[in-house]
Design a protein around this ligand. Structure first.
Ligand SMILES: Nc1ncnc2c1ncn2[C@@H]1O[C@H](COP(=O)(O)OP(=O)(O)OP(=O)(O)O)[C@@H](O)[C@H]1O
Ligand SMILES: [Zn+2]
Ligand SMILES: [Zn+2]
Length: 803
């Protein structure tokens, strides 16, 4: 009986979404399991693949190739994740291999290397010189010694051939540890035989007398605790006093930090009702989706914590998703403080080694609670008891690159599979989720009051048009200035938000109006005050500010847009004595910057925290009594049907940072559209009112949640080719789609050229899927040939950002 492995290979083309059959060589029969990575031959190359099934009969007729070797000792993907990857690939129009790779830490993605090897019987002298007595030489080495042309020539003459290797980048960190291997009486004997000069050895023997027989100690521990140097340890090993081993250790980014234990709070009535409803589902192993809608500061986090506590008590595991920027030390502290070492934390600021280690802790069941950003929804936990998504309305839960999955959908998939509840929490739920609760697809749970009985902060809207008329051209209205002054004097803290969504600073020629654009993209370049340079945020192109206008040779530029740096200097001028912390992409570039700045503000090292969107979430500092929004409406004017929703959410979230403890909070919102409904409803903390009005508008214009949307984008270096293709797709869709489907476009994308590629798009709106899925699959299948020529087609279901 021959064993056959079905392998999804690392070749992203549509046909390979189906697994390939490989023979399992006899030596590997007992070692290979479903979910392991393997190295397999594919054409002339060796590539990585995932075993998705092991069967007895092949589907493929013909000679099967053999698996070369396993890349893992045990499966890295569970049965659940294998199934999820297959279904997800289908739903989001992605390659199965990309789905599997997305589920694993980046170090586990294969790295391919090439090497030349000698074919038999060619030992000519010049060949020997290159190979230096070995029978292989790596591609890199060949490049280094400039032997590449020669080797390629030999390849033509059949003297050498090329082989492709799969290299694993995953490295386990190891440390040498020591254990004593000598009894007390032997120690005495050794002491007696030592010469008087051997002081350090004597000292070590004394230590060995004192320590526990089972203890494993590192070199650092010997040095720090007992002042014993590595050299002495080595002698001890040679003499057989100690044994040594290389033990695996985890890279723990938080190892030097202490988390004070926190206790569960007594839940208030609203929290208790919410907790109880979810707990019932946990107890009875039932799937359900809850939408926990709680005003800012209502204590949603405490509900999450106690639910996770319950899940752990029942010997299950928990997934807790938090937006990347809300994953602050404060947030982490809440979880580590309650559950200690049971918690693994996953976010993009970890090094790849740290990510790998956190992942292994989860895989081995050593950490049963995962707190992390979007991709941690794929954590290899088993026996899942709850999935929680905090700030569920955040669009960052949707991945914008392939595979274009939404973590909320993956959460529901996994919870169904594991028969457990999902909790979606937010003060400002997405319209989609709120509407689903309306239809009882989700269960609505509400917390309508703040946990500490504190009133919601008073929000005042300032009409900036009037400020302009009264000749205040700055960024700060008179009232906001007065309030800031007042807080500085009272030693209370202020948070200032600069709404930068859809917004950047650029330069324009004062004489002819020329705007400096990126040479690769049809978009103006962003001016950066710190480097005094221009940068394109789409392709990364950088250049200095031009001396003269390329169009009219004028040398006067106007700097547009309110960069945080510019606002900061204005603020410092207004309040020379104020201590200001600025938080934006420029000040949080390095690992740990974000944490450091927030910690400093939390300690009271500054009076004002000035920042972009990244400060709107998760801050829970008692001394913040004033929140100012400098420009409420920059996000209103985006060409995106969600712009009102996003503005409402942002204003509500940032207002919620004020007055969370005993001190009363106050919010000042500056706007040029003070009567806009998104701003008015945010002022009154009226989510329900906003929801009703926005739903009416969406209904009228036929947008989600009344319609589903799918966007198709085509891009190519050649503008004509991209354009022809989108029209071809358009024709096919209109011809084949049934039911009430609406197609918007085709049109140029609003950034028509990016990195020298031209983009065209169309948007499909539909109520029922009908045959849409099949038609889209056909289009993708047919795109294979184009793909190879550099024309890309991408399908995005429920896009969250419209350009
Ligand atoms: N039952 C309780 N008794 C006393 N204090 C509580 C209780 N529950 C929560 N708190 C406190 O109330 C404050 C706000 O809670 P929390 O940060 O969980 O709110 P939240 O709903 O997550 O808010 P946001 O949406 O603004 O992040 C915290 O300081 C928390 O410690
Ligand atoms: Zn000019
Ligand atoms: Zn560019």
């Amino acid at each position: 009986m021959k064993q056959i492995a079905k392998v999804v290979v690392d070749v992203p083309v549509m046909q390979t979404n189906q697994p390939y059959d490989y023979a399992i060589p006899p030596t590997l029969i007992d070692r290979l399991q479903v979910g392991m990575r393997v190295e397999v031959p594919f054409g002339p190359r060796h590539i990585q693949g995932f075993i998705v099934a092991i069967v007895n009969e092949p589907d493929f007729e013909g000679e099967l190739k053999e698996i070369i070797r396993p890349l893992d000792l045990e499966p890295v993907l569970t049965k659940e994740l294998l199934q999820l990857g297959e279904d997800m690939a289908d739903q989001v129009y992605a390659y199965r291999i990309h789905c599997y790779q997305t589920m694993l830490p980046p170090v586990m993605k294969a790295k391919y290397e090439k090497e030349f090897y000698l074919l038999d019987g060619h030992q000519a002298e010049d060949v020997q010189i290159v190979f230096q007595g070995e029978d292989v030489i790596s591609w890199d080495r060949a490049l280094e010694i400039e032997a590449l042309p020669q080797l390629l020539e030999w390849k033509k003459q059949n003297i050498v051939d090329i082989r492709y290797l799969v290299k694993s980048k995953a490295r386990v960190k190891k440390k040498t540890v020591y254990q004593k291997n000598i009894s007390p009486s032997e120690i005495e004997e050794e002491m007696n035989q030592l010469s008087k000069q051997a002081k350090s050895q004597r000292a070590l023997l004394e230590v060995l007398m004192a320590i526990e027989p089972e203890a494993w100690l590192t070199r650092e521990q010997f040095r720090e605790q007992f002042d014993i140097m590595p050299r002495t340890l080595q002698i001890a090993v040679e003499k057989g006093w100690m044994i040594t081993e290389d033990k695996e250790v985890y890279r723990d980014p938080l190892k030097n930090r202490h988390f004070a234990q926190t206790e569960a709070k007594v839940l208030n009535e609203g929290q208790q009702i919410a907790y109880q409803a979810v707990k019932e589902k946990i107890d009875s192993n039932q799937h359900d989706v809850f939408l926990l809608k709680g005003v800012t500061g209502s204590g949603k986090t405490e509900v999450y914590l106690q639910l996770i506590g319950e899940v752990l008590a029942q010997n299950k595991t928990a997934l807790m998703l938090v937006p990347e920027i809300a994953l602050t030390p404060q947030m982490v502290h809440q979880f580590k403080g309650r559950f200690g070492g049971e918690v693994a934390v996953m976010h993009s600021r970890l090094s790849t080694g740290e990510k790998y280690d956190e992942w292994r802790k989860i895989k081995r069941g050593e950490a049963r609670v995962v707190v992390g950003a979007r991709s941690s929804i794929f954590s290899p936990v088993e026996n899942l008891g709850i999935v929680i998504i905090d700030e569920e309305h955040e669009t960052t839960y949707k991945q914008e690159e392939n595979p274009k999955y939404h973590a909320r959908n993956v959460a529901i998939y996994r919870a169904k599979y594991n028969h457990c509840p999902v909790v979606l929490g937010s003060a400002t739920p997405s319209l989609e989720s709120r509407a689903r609760a309306q239809k009882n697809v989700f269960h609505l749970l509400e917390l309508t009051e703040r946990a500490n009985q504190q009133a919601m902060p008073d929000v005042r809207i300032i009409d900036m048009r009037e400020e302009f008329q009264s000749n205040n051209r700055g960024n700060f209205s008179q009232i906001l200035q007065d309030k800031i002054r007042d807080r500085i004097d009272k030693k209370e803290q202020t948070v200032l938000l600069l709404n930068k969504r859809g917004y950047s600073s650029f330069i324009m020629c004062r004489d002819c109006g020329y705007v400096h654009e990126c040479p690769n993209c049809d978009i103006s370049m962003t001016f950066h005050m710190d480097t005094k340079g221009m940068k394109c945020h789409y392709c990364g192109h950088e250049e200095p500010v031009p001396n003269r206008c390329p169009k009219c040779q004028g040398n006067q530029f106007r700097y547009y847009g309110t960069g945080t740096q510019k606002v900061e200097s204005e603020l410092q001028e207004l309040f020379p004595d104020a201590r200001i912390i600025r938080m934006d992409v420029d000040t949080t570039r390095k690992k740990g910057d974000h944490e450091r700045l927030l910690a400093a503000f939390g300690r009271g090292d500054a009076d004002i925290l000035l920042g972009t969107q990244m400060i709107a979430k998760g801050l829970d500092f008692p001394n913040i009594t004033l929140v100012g929004v400098i420009n409420a409406d920059t996000s209103l004017s985006l060409p995106d049907f969600r712009s009102s929703e996003k503005t409402f959410q942002l204003l509500t979230q940032v207002s919620g940072r004020a007055g969370r403890s005993d001190l009363v909070g106050e919010v000042i919102v500056q706007s040029f559209n003070p009567d806009h409904y998104a701003i008015r409803y945010a002022q009154n903390h009226n989510y329900d009112g906003f929801y009703r009005q926005e739903m009416a508008l969406r209904h009228q214009s036929g947008y989600p949640p009344y319609y589903f949307t799918t966007q198709i984008t085509v891009s190519d270096l050649d503008e004509k080719k991209a354009q022809t293709k989108i029209y071809e797709i358009n024709a096919k869709l209109r011809n084949k789609l049934e039911g009430q489907t609406i197609i918007l476009g085709p049109s140029r994308s609003s950034i028509a050229r990016m990195n020298n590629r031209y983009y065209f798009q169309l948007l499909i709106k539909y109520k029922q899927k009908e045959n849409l899925h099949e038609v889209l699959k056909e289009i993708l299948d047919a795109s294979q040939k184009d793909n190879a020529k550099g024309l890309y087609i991408s399908i995005d279901t429920e896009p969250v950002n419209f350009f």
